[in-house]
Design a protein around this ligand. Sequence first.
Ligand SMILES: Nc1ncnc2c1ncn2[C@@H]1O[C@H](COP(=O)(O)OP(=O)(O)OP(=O)(O)O)[C@@H](O)[C@H]1O
Length: 601
Amino acid sequence: MPTVAEALTPAAAPARPSVLPSLLPFLGILGLAALLPLSGNEYWAMIGTRAAIYWVLVSGLNLVVGYAGQLAIGWVALLALGAYTASVLAAGNLGGAPWPAFLATAAAGLVGAAAGVVVGSPALRLRTFYFAMTTLGFATIVTQVALAWQDVTGGGIGLPGPAFPAPFDTAWGFYYLCLGLAALCTWMAGNAARSRFGRALVAVRDAEVAAEANGISKPRLLVTVFVFAGATAGVAGSLFAGLQTYITPEAFSFDLSLLFFISILIGGRGSILGPLLGTVILTLLPEIAAPLAAWSTALYAALLLLIVLAIPGGIAALLDFRNRRPLESNRAIATRPALLGALLPEERRRGEGLALRGIVLAFGGVRAIDGLDIDVHPGEVHGLIGPNGSGKTTTLNVISGYYRPQQGTLALGGAPLPAGAPTLRAAHGIARTFQTPRVVGEESVLDNVMLGGTVEGRAGFAEALLALPRQRREERAMRERALAALRVVGLESLAEARADRLQHSELRFVEIARALALRPAFLLLDEPAAGLSTEEIRRLGALIRAIARQGTAVLLVEHHADLIFDICDRVTVLNLGRVLAAGTPAEIRSHKEVVSAYLGG
Ligand SMILES: Nc1ncnc2c1ncn2[C@@H]1O[C@H](COP(=O)(O)OP(=O)(O)OP(=O)(O)O)[C@@H](O)[C@H]1O
């Protein structure tokens, strides 16, 4: 057991990580790329330019595929659209004067951004391969339109790409332009990935329900990244047309789309560096093994198989040295309820009572909840118990908005709480944990806990891309708060560890820390003691009591009767979707029907 001093002193909290070590590989690649002209070989200028252009596209697509997990396999469509937009405008083929190359490139970016939404929006309704097929369909449409609209696009004969002015009109000048844009895109994508938007994308990919409970709206988030990924692809298209000097529909083959997609897969999900290396490798591969150029598709497929089978995490997992270090094996969860005050200063405490009235919810003929009234008061731990199938989980799902009751009303702090709308619960100050912990295994513990602060983020996606001051300030505050929450649950020494390396009991406390990072007015705990040791349950109980004492209303669904009777102020017992009994633990313990229906003789 920790001493009082230990209980109050957080273990060595991780200092703010220096960004330099994570920047070094990028600076190294940029340094090497900047030295490429020393080769004096213009052929290498062309290969280097092509790799930079591909990366401009992949840097945006990576957020869609590697972070959000959407199978956008036909993204070459946007490259084609950007290339044709810039070339048609630069040639003046739509009437009017020819546009300068940079202006045409900006227009290609805008058209790409708009088309990104069009190509991406089916992902809001379709999953996995169905979405992949729609992106391929779009790629076919773009090339067919380019073929058929001969007056403007030159049809099968094609048209010249935009000619960039001096000093970008030489092979190496154009190379530096593309390299500069690739570096800019890397910086922006990296900023986005490290922001609340990046965390939200990965959460939507790996723990969608937890993402919703933390206020993340998947459709809004996806549309935002589709805009960015479309814009980078549009700009890449213009540069691509500039490099080709002449474009025809064949230039935008399925092979090229596959190259973009596979670069991300072999690079590794949720990484910027991995896909960057993947893009460079796949661009260079056919050049280095020139005789194999005709085999490039087979080569990609073989490489992909090799990576998927041998290193499923891709290049990024190979380079993740930090998570190879063993974690301390003898770990105890030393919760520190006394530190709650630092996380929830007086002015941030907000307890809100919850009132359910006449809730009815039936699944077909089964009345899972049948006219339920419950009042949970601020500062109170309210236990919800009952036999299996009595309606506890359904009640939680009604409160968290996953189920819309057929009858009845909900009110939080006296104000009506809209039925349904799970993503709005976090903004009302409702936080929850899950029966089976829902954490993002591939993210660090700290990132998981920071997800709880998502709703307090005000900086928009553009601010995140450019790492503007408000974004940086919010990120610092979110990080501090998440660390404070981790100190409360006693897991701050694991902050930088990947969450899937933790034990089950630790994940339960990570979820509580995430809920605390929301600074909740109302906290729903779904069987938090399941799988914990007796000592851990004792600490959990003390922590829950302390959270309630700060003003938060706590609704606790639990099968451990001892925990319920030890820490609850009031208990409601459900049976067949109705309240069998409600009262203090002492009243419930001696309630005849409860004893016979649930507690046992
Ligand atoms: N999605 C669903 N579709 C159909 N029936 C459902 C659904 N969810 C719950 N039910 C039914 O509603 C009733 C209440 O289920 P619920 O899961 O809320 O009970 P519970 O008290 O949480 O049980 P447990 O302790 O086993 O988790 C059960 O009869 C269950 O079979």
